[in-house]
Design a protein around this ligand. Structure first.
Ligand SMILES: Cc1cc2nc3c(=O)[nH]c(=O)nc-3n(C[C@H](O)[C@H](O)[C@H](O)COP(=O)(O)O)c2cc1C
Length: 383
């Protein structure tokens, strides 16, 4: 992490905490100005690793600045001030951050953060273009309220968003250039103007799959129904609720995808007739009639293009492989991931992957985020 002296430096300890939680090792280089916005001690305590602020620090002298330049998988400059960006573009090496940057050949991610006029300035944009031309990735700032009490482009994205961009920039990116559409969450079918029929899906597994695809370099769209998790902005999100709105989103997005992963829990039943107003409370029984819902996955599978992969989820009370294989064959899917209904809403999941080509892989119980990464490793190797 290279931290320069923008006000957004106050968000860096949180970013370091998130990186460490993902088992990343983080060494930090701070410009002198940045230490006015964020303390060295906060970062050192959260990273549990070295934080350097000056060229002649004993630790830095011991490790050597070129040693440190080679050490990371990715060099992130966040926040990157207009001043530091100008120095990096010119090749100035007057502090620990700029010196190490110049000596470093590893992938770089620059996160500009500043007042809108500074960001729009021709000089700044030229410097960013020069850095891009030399292979650095630049994460564009958000539009929002700025510390200078104005509103515009220049805000540093939140640490959780930065975290995703860092993993994507660090690579590897086996899904680079691929368009991935993932559906997640539960459908919500109105019973009347007040009540709904939905299910226990939390969307956690599908959101984790979308996020893992983003980290692996894909362009990701997420069709998201009712969900208890908040997905991240780098992923394009299409909100859906009823089965019909899912159907429209599937029909619009599936043809544009290289991989379509149907992880949403689309309801199997819809009310036979829609009721306007509120069904009145009765003292006795109430009977509602349902009909089968359309099979959205079979519909997109019928329109499958050459080279496109359609992957489904099979949710069963127990790991019933026969039922999953039937789903795989009847709907002409490329693979299904069989998992238990008890995983709905949980943070952990386990299951069995079955492919049309006859491959079978058992995924033992693990956090859904890790399972999502392993799912992609398995899917990428299918042909
Ligand atoms: C309160 C305050 C906030 C600042 N915020 C930013 C900022 O967000 N982005 C920026 O480019 N410069 C900002 N600056 C200006 C930089 O601190 C200044 O250009 C400094 O020379 C940057 O040094 P460095 O790039 O070595 O860290 C701010 C200055 C002050 C006093």
């Amino acid at each position: 992490m290279g931290v320069s002296g923008g006000i957004a430096a106050y968000k860096i300890p949180e970013l370091v905490r998130l990186l460490v939680k993902e088992r990343a090792a983080v060494k930090t280089l701070m410009t002198e100005t940045s230490t006015r916005f964020c303390t060295r001690d906060a970062i050192a305590a959260l990273s549990g690793d070295s934080v350097y602020t000056g060229i002649f620090e004993p630790l830095f002298l011991e490790e050597g600045h070129t040693e440190l330049a080679r050490w990371p998988d990715i060099f992130v400059i966040a926040p990157a001030t207009a001043n530091t960006i100008a120095k990096l573009a010119l090749g100035v090496a007057d502090n620990i951050l700029t010196t190490t940057f110049l000596a470093s050949g590893v992938p770089k991610l620059i996160v500009p953060s500043m007042n809108t006029q500074m960001y729009d300035a021709e000089a700044l944009q030229k410097n960013l273009n020069d850095l891009r031309a030399r292979g650095a990735a630049v994460l564009p700032p958000d539009v929002g309220d700025l510390a200078c009490k104005t509103y515009g482009a220049g805000r540093m994205p939140d640490p959780a968003v930065l975290l995703e961009a860092i993993f994507r920039a660090a690579g590897p990116r086996p899904l680079e250039g691929k368009r991935v559409v993932v559906s997640a969450g539960a459908t919500v079918e109105p019973l009347d103007d007040v009540r709904v029929l939905t299910n226990r899906s939390s969307g956690k597994m599908g959101v984790a799959i979308a996020r893992a695809a983003y980290r692996r370099g894909a362009d990701v769209s997420l069709i998201l129904g009712r969900s208890s998790v908040c997905p991240l902005p780098p992923v394009d999100i299409v909100h859906a609720d009823s089965i019909d709105s899912f159907r429209r989103a599937y029909a619009r997005l599936a043809p544009k995808s290289d991989y379509f992963v149907a992880a949403a829990a689309v309801g199997d039943f819809i009310p036979a007739k829609s009721v306007r107003g509120k069904i009145k409370r009765t003292n006795g029984r109430l009977t509602l009639e349902f009909k089968s819902s359309p099979d959205l996955l079979a519909e997109i599978s019928r329109a499958k293009k050459q080279g496109q992969k359609i992957l489904g989820f099979a949710l069963e009370s127990s790991l019933d492989e026969k039922a999953a294989r039937r789903k795989l064959q009847e709907k002409h899917l490329d693979a299904v991931f069989l998992n238990r209904a008890s995983a709905m809403g949980a943070d952990l999941n386990a299951g069995i992957g079955l492919s049309a080509g006859g491959r079978r892989r058992v995924f033992k119980q693990m956090p859904k985020e890790r399972l999502a990464a392993e799912f992609w490793t398995w899917v990428e190797a299918l042909n």
